[in-house]
Design a protein around this ligand. Structure first.
Ligand SMILES: Cc1cc2nc3c(=O)[nH]c(=O)nc-3n(C[C@H](O)[C@H](O)[C@H](O)COP(=O)(O)O)c2cc1C
Length: 171
């Protein structure tokens, strides 16, 4: 599938069929994240794959009670290592947030190309998620996403026009 087609096909999916994800499909999705770029190629990330139904429900509870997450057979929890990331991006920030976000988006696009749905989850209690999964203090949780076959086909949400977001040669 063309990359632009996968980008256009991707929607935030908030209802899932219970069907399991074949191992080879999941591996291709994870592989897409593995090849993501990162500051100085430090790859300061770890992705926790959660299949256990009870744990999925706990994660949904810790994510502002977004229970639709637990309907998906898999939840990916995207973690970053701030101290192992490029420290001077733009000379003012650590790169881990960007690095982990790019990798997770790579996975979400591959998921779309495989006919799977996902939904970036930013509303979560990091403390709770870390407790549920035994994530150490020095590791940060950036986002979660459910992953599964869509049980809905939402229409595209609007986007700003190119004119609104692009300028040429100067600001
Ligand atoms: C940083 C971030 C946080 C988000 N958090 C949530 C969330 O907690 N729950 C949710 O249902 N959607 C969440 N979303 C999904 C957005 O609502 C969604 O991407 C946006 O409305 C555009 O819709 P689309 O993804 O279908 O194109 C989040 C997206 C991003 C990028």
């Amino acid at each position: 599938m063309e990359i632009l087609e996968a980008i256009r096909r991707r929607r935030s999916i908030r209802d899932y069929k219970p069907d399991d994800i074949p191992e080879e499909v999941l591996l291709r999705i994870l592989e897409a994240g593995r090849w993501a770029p990162s500051g100085k190629n430090f790859q300061p990330w770890k992705f926790i794959i959660v299949r256990d139904e009870k744990v999925r429900r706990q994660l949904a509870e810790a994510s502002a009670q977004q229970y639709f997450m637990a309907k998906a057979p898999v939840i990916i929890v995207a973690c970053g290592y701030p101290e192992e990331s490029y420290a001077r991006m733009g000379r003012y920030m650590k790169s881990w947030v960007v690095d982990v976000a790019i990798a997770l988006e790579h996975m979400m696009l591959q998921a779309a190309a495989e006919g799977l749905g996902a939904c970036w989850i930013g509303a979560f209690e990091e403390k709770e998620v870390k407790k549920i999964l035994g994530i150490p203090d020095n590791v940060r949780v950036l986002a979660l996403t459910p992953l599964g076959y869509p049980a809905e086909d939402p229409s595209p949400r609007s986007r700003k026009s190119l004119e609104q977001i692009i300028s040429y040669e100067h600001y």
